[in-house]
Ligand binder design. Structure first.
Ligand SMILES: Nc1ncnc2c1ncn2[C@@H]1O[C@H](COP(=O)(O)OP(=O)(O)OP(=O)(O)O)[C@@H](O)[C@H]1O
Length: 449
């Protein structure tokens, strides 16, 4: 149920405050009252839905200045304001509207007119808020996701068709590569966008709580179940359920997940009745789902469509666009002037291997923005560890006594993997084929690197 709208009544006349308070409370509103400009500002900070503002806080003046002087501060907080005065004149009304009042009403008022006016203003405010939220979402949607490189452009082209279908999606990719962000985008672009997007990180749930987290539980179902709890499947009904790190799902729960995917039915822990959920499942993993840990029938249900997001090092063309999007936002967040990157800093960002992908890029930039002493960020401000590690050239290695040149196996292996990933445009399966190893073996080596 929606909570009642909150209205601030600001007047220096105690009788008027009382009359308005009674009228508005009876109409179901929550009422705050203020009898001095200082109190008005105090209550305004908690953002009431509407302010009924007397233009004269001192009844011996007819200038209307007190109310008018408060208007800019109230409008800065984006509050809706209805100005009221006993000395209505066209000039005052024009002045008040020019300064941002939403409406101007003469005292004494008719109760029914005032209530209708309040209802209209509140409805308009709600509509504007909804519209604004939708615009913000659409704007974030358009501007936040960077897909500049060719490989990401190809992925973009597929995305609207993937989002338009109701098929389950499995997203593959290293940590920090954008799997959660992509899952949220798929939901936003899908016909389910007005339903909930419910996200569960399977790696963060203690083993014994998995079932209750996913399916909910009844009160008293187990020792700590003091209240009935709605599970994620029920919350995602009509929307999308994002199961991050799906590989962490314990084996004993896999048949239960399979059942709900096949039939839509599940039982909350301790419940005697089954419940139904119509949720689209998007899952994600950063490691291969091996058949000895993960049931293949469940995998077939989850991976109707598979999207692999390549690591950032395989698409350096995305780095400038990501930086251009992230840097101004970080400067605003930390109240810093707009910062630029020096050519050497740009070069370093391009050369670095980004084992933590886009998330690591965000952290590196954030740290640099906070600590920067000048308006240009230099490579030293980025504090990146040289990457990949250089092979030791002047040190003797265990191979030297055998007459072999210094050799760093780890480093050379990393070079080969990077080259294969670049040649395969970030597709791990193709890179593994080029290297002549299994995808699982490649994923393990990438994790270690
Ligand atoms: N292409 C992109 N454009 C813009 N921002 C991105 C992009 N990819 C990732 N990000 C941002 O990088 C951060 C990490 O992304 P996200 O959490 O989606 O990664 P992940 O692959 O789900 O990580 P993990 O495997 O650790 O859960 C988020 O803040 C996300 O918004």
């Amino acid at each position: 149920m929606q909570s009642p709208a909150r209205i601030l009544v600001a007047d220096d006349d105690a009788d008027i405050i009382l009359a308005l308070e009674l009228l508005l409370q009876q109409a179901g509103y929550q009422v705050l009252t203020a009898s001095t400009p200082a109190q008005v500002l105090q209550f305004a900070a908690i953002k009431p839905d509407l302010v009924l503002l007397d233009m004269n806080f001192c009844s011996d003046t007819t200038s209307g200045h007190d109310g008018l002087q408060l208007l800019p501060a109230l409008k800065q907080l984006e509050l809706s304001v209805i100005l009221m005065t006993a000395w209505a004149s066209i000039d005052l009304a024009v002045q008040a509207m020019q300064q941002g009042a939403d409406y101007f009403l003469q005292k004494p008022w008719h109760n029914s007119t005032l209530l209708q006016l309040i209802a209209d203003r509140l409805e308009l405010r709600r509509l504007r808020q909804r519209q604004w939220q939708q615009q913000q979402l659409a704007q974030q949607e358009r501007s936040a996701w960077v897909a500049h490189s060719e490989v990401m452009q190809r992925l973009e082209k597929q995305l609207s068709r993937i989002a338009g279908s109701d098929a389950n999606v499995l997203i593959l990719g290293e940590s920090g590569v954008g799997k959660s962000a992509l899952a949220a985008r798929i939901h936003q672009l899908s016909a389910r966008h007005s339903g909930a997007f419910v996200s569960v990180n399977m790696a963060a749930i203690p083993q014994q709580l998995f079932e209750a987290e996913l399916f909910g539980h009844e009160k008293g179902a187990f020792t700590d179940a003091k209240h009935k709890r709605t599970g994620r499947f029920a919350l995602a009904d009509g929307g999308t359920l994002f199961l991050d790190e799906i590989g962490c799902l314990p084996a004993e729960l896999q048949p239960k997940l399979l059942r709900v995917l096949e039939t839509g039915w599940f039982e909350p822990v301790g419940a005697s009745k089954s419940q139904r959920s119509d949720a689209r499942i998007i899952s994600a993993t950063n490691s291969e789902l091996s058949s000895d840990q993960f049931r293949s029938d469940l995998l077939f249900r989850l991976n109707t469509l598979v999207i692999e997001i390549p690591p950032l090092r395989a698409r350096p063309q995305d780095i400038p666009a990501l930086v251009q999007q992230l840097l101004p936002a970080l400067c605003r967040k930390h109240h810093r002037p707009q910062l630029q990157l020096s050519p050497s800093a740009w070069q370093q960002l391009q050369d670095y291997a980004w084992p933590g992908n886009v998330r690591e890029l965000q952290h590196v930039l954030e740290r640099a923005v906070v600590l920067a002493e000048q308006t240009e960020l230099h490579s030293s401000d980025l504090a990146l560890q040289p990457s990949p590690p250089q092979p030791p050239s002047d040190q003797a290695t265990p191979l030297a006594p055998m007459g072999l040149p210094p050799f760093d196996l780890q480093w050379h292996q990393q070079q080969l993997i990077n080259a294969a990933l670049q040649a395969a445009e970030g597709q791990q399966a193709e890179a593994a084929r080029l290297l002549g190893i299994s995808r699982f073996a490649l994923a393990r080596r990438l994790e270690k690197s």
